[in-house]
Design a protein around this ligand. Structure first.
Ligand code: HEC
Length: 136
C-alpha cells in the first residue's frame, strides 16, 4: 500500500505536461505565462466585439512576446517562436489602425496565430484557445 502510493506519486511527478512545468521563479508564473493569460482575456473581449460588430482595440503589449521570461526559455529562443511572435506583433499593430470592416478578418488571423504557435511549440493550452473560435 505504502509502496504503491510512492510509485504513483513518483510517476505523477515525472509526467511532464507541456508548458506547465513548475515556475522557475519563486513568485509564481513566468512573465510569458501571465502575458498569455492577458492575451486570452483580451482575445475574448475582441471576440465579443467582432460577434456584435462593435469596435475593440487590443490592449496587451505584443512586443513583450520577444522579451518576456518563459518557463522554458529554450522554447522562445527558436526561429519558429520568433517568427510567430513577430507575426502576432504585426497583427496587433494592424488591428490598431483597422476599421470596423476589417475586424473580423484580423480576428481570424489573430486566433490562427495563437493556434499555429501552440501547435508547434506547446499544445497544452490549445483546448482553451479553441474557445476563441467564432461560433459561426
Ligand atoms: C509565438 C508563440 C506563441 C503565440 C503566438 C501564442 N502563444 Fe500562448 N504560449 C506560448 C508559450 C511558449 C507558452 C508557455 C509560457 C510559459 O509557461 O512561460 C504559452 C502559454 C499560453 C497559455 C498558458 C498560460 C498559463 O496560464 O500558464 C495560454 C492560455 C496561452 N498561451 C494562450 C494564448 C493565446 C490566447 C494566444 C493568442 C492570442 C497565444 N497564446 C499566442 C507561445 C505562444
Amino acid at each position: 500500500m505504502f509502496i504503491s502510493t510512492v510509485v504513483i506519486i513518483t510517476l505523477m511527478s515525472c509526467d511532464r505536461k507541456e508548458c506547465s512545468k513548475p515556475p522557475l521563479n519563486p513568485n509564481g508564473d513566468s512573465e510569458l505565462a501571465l502575458l498569455m493569460r492577458s492575451m486570452f482575456d483580451d482575445g475574448m473581449k475582441f471576440k465579443t466585439a467582432v460577434e456584435n460588430n462593435k469596435e475593440y482595440k487590443l490592449t496587451f503589449d505584443a512586443d513583450k512576446l520577444l522579451t518576456a521570461m518563459a518557463t522554458e526559455p529554450e522554447k522562445v529562443q527558436t526561429q519558429e517562436y520568433k517568427a510567430y511572435a513577430q507575426q502576432m506583433i504585426n497583427i496587433v499593430n494592424a488591428q490598431k489602425t483597422a476599421g470596423l470592416g476589417q475586424q473580423s478578418e484580423i480576428y481570424q488571423d489573430f486566433v490562427q496565430n495563437c493556434t499555429a504557435c501552440h501547435q508547434q511549440l506547446c499544445p497544452g493550452p490549445l483546448v482553451k484557445i479553441e474557445r476563441l473560435n467564432l461560433s459561426k
